[in-house]
Design a binder for this molecule. Structure first.
Ligand SMILES: NC(=O)c1ccc[n+]([C@@H]2O[C@H](COP(=O)([O-])OP(=O)(O)OC[C@H]3O[C@@H](n4cnc5c(N)ncnc54)[C@H](O)[C@@H]3O)[C@@H](O)[C@H]2O)c1
Length: 335
C-alpha cells in the first residue's frame, strides 16, 4: 500500500471503525474515506483530514459511491450490539446481510485490491459453548453450523460471500472473527453496550447515586474473553495484509477467560468499591462460555491480542466515567 492509496472504512461512526480510521491516519495514510449512516455528531471519533460520508450502505447505489476509487475496503458496518440487543433484534441483525452483499460487490466492481469483513465469534456452533469451563473455540468449530440465531448466521453467510468472491472472482478477502471487543470510544449506554462497558457504567452510577448495589443479568457464571481495541485494530491490519490468510476465517480475540462475576470484581477494584450484587434471572445471558483458541493466529502472524484485561478495563472505566459526568453536566456525549 502507498500512503496515498484510498482506504474505505464503513461503520466508521461506530466503535471499531472509528478507531481503525484513527489507527491508519496515525500510520500516515493520507486518503481515508470514513462512512456511516449516523449523523456526524453521533460518531464516537472524527479524525481530522478524513473524508466523512453519511450514507446507508445497505443500499446498492450508496455502496457504489462509497467504493469509488478504493484500493482497500474495510467493512465494519453492521446493526449490532451486546447480548441484550442481538437476542431481541434478530431481524435487524439478519438485515445486515444487505450491507455485506452490496459492499463486497461494489468493492469488486470498483477494482479494490483487498476487502476486509468483520465476522464474530457468534458464528461458532452454540452447542460447543454450553459450559462455563468451555474449550476455547478454534476456527474449524464453525461447522457443522449451529450459529447464534440472527446475528451469528448473518456473519456465517457473509463469510461465505468473502470466500466465494476470492475463489470465483479473485478478490482478496480477509475475514476476522472478533471475540468481544472493548475500550474507550464505544457504546456504553442505551441498550447496545457490551458487558465491560455496561458493568463500568453500572459501577459509576452506583457510586454517583450512593446506592452501592449492582444488577447482573443471569447468575454471573457465564465466561467470556475480551479483546482491547488497540489489539483489535492492529490485528485487522495484520490479517488484511497476510496473503496466507486470504479468504480464511481467523479468530481475533483474547484468550484470557473470565466469568461475569470476575469481570464485576475487576471493575469494583478499579473503582475502589464493593457492591451488593443482585442477579436478574430474566436478563439475556447468551451462551454459557466462549473463549478464543489462538493457536492459528499465533502460527500465522507470530502475534495474538495480549493487552491484559485489568489494563484495558482501567482505561475503559476512566473514559466512561468522563462521559458519564460530562453528560450529567449537560455536555453532548455519544452513548
Ligand atoms: N464490538 C464487538 O465486540 C464485536 C464483536 C464481534 C464482531 N463485531 C463486528 O465488528 C463490526 C463493528 O462493530 P462495533 O463494535 O464497532 O459496532 P458499532 O455499533 O459501534 O459500529 C457499527 C457502526 O455501523 C453503522 N452502521 C450500521 N448499519 C449501517 C448501514 N446500513 N450503513 C452505514 N453504517 C451502518 C452504525 O451506525 C455503527 O456506527 C460489526 O460488523 C460487528 O458485528 C464486533
Amino acid at each position: 500500500m502507498k500512503k496515498a492509496d484510498l482506504i474505505v472504512i464503513t461503520g466508521a461512526g461506530g466503535f471499531i471503525g472509528g478507531n481503525l480510521v484513527r489507527y491508519f491516519t496515525r500510520k500516515g495514510f493520507t486518503r481515508i474515506r470514513a462512512v456511516d449512516k449516523k449523523a456526524l455528531y453521533e460518531w464516537y471519533l472524527r479524525t481530522p483530514g478524513v473524508e466523512n460520508l453519511c450514507l446507508d450502505v445497505s443500499h446498492e447505489d450508496h455502496c457504489k459511491r462509497v467504493c469509488e476509487g478504493a484500493v482497500e475496503v474495510y467493512n465494519l458496518a453492521a446493526d449490532m450490539g451486546g447480548m441484550g440487543f442481538i437476542e431481541r433484534f434478530r431481524v435487524e441483525c439478519l438485515r445486515s446481510i444487505l450491507i455485506n452483499t452490496h459492499m463486497i460487490e461494489a468493492a469488486y466492481r470498483a477494482g479494490a485490491r483487498r476487502y476486509f469483513y468483520s465476522s464474530s465469534a457468534c458464528a461458532y456452533n452454540i452447542l460447543l459453548q454450553q459450559d462455563p469451563k468451555v474449550r476455547a473455540l478454534k476456527e474449524s468449530d464453525a461447522y457443522p453450523a449451529m450459529a447464534e440465531r440472527g446475528y451469528g448466521w448473518e456473519k456465517l453467510i457473509s463469510e461465505m460471500f468473502c470466500q466465494e468472491y476470492w475463489v470465483e472472482r479473485g478478490l482478496k478477502t480477509a475475514i476476522a472473527r472478533f471475540h468481544n471487543v472493548y475500550g474507550p470510544n464505544g457504546t456504553w449506554d442505551g441498550g447496545r453496550e457490551k458487558a465491560p462497558a455496561a458493568i463500568c457504567r453500572k459501577v459509576i452510577e452506583a457510586i454517583d447515586k450512593k446506592d452501592l448495589s449492582i444488577t447482573i443479568w443471569g447468575d454471573g457464571t457465564p465466561t467470556r474473553s475480551f479483546m482491547y481495541i488497540d489489539d483489535c485494530v492492529k490485528g485487522i491490519d495484520m490479517i488484511m495484509h497476510c496473503d496466507a490468510l486470504i479468504a480464511t476465517p481467523i479468530n481475533l480475540g483474547s484468550s484470557e477467560l473470565v466469568s461475569v462475576n470476575e469481570l464485576v470484581s475487576k471493575v469494583e477494584k478499579i473503582a475502589g468499591v464493593k457492591l451488593k450484587r443482585h442477579y436478574d434471572p430474566t436478563g439475556p445471558r447468551g451462551v454459557a462460555g466462549r473463549n478464543s483458541d489462538n493457536t492459528f493466529i499465533r502460527k500465522m502472524l507470530g502475534w495474538e491480542p495480549h493487552t491484559p484485561l485489568d489494563k484495558g478495563l482501567a482505561a475503559t472505566y476512566k473514559w466512561i466515567k468522563q462521559q458519564y459526568y460530562d453528560r450529567k453536566k449537560g455536555k453532548r456525549v455519544v452513548e
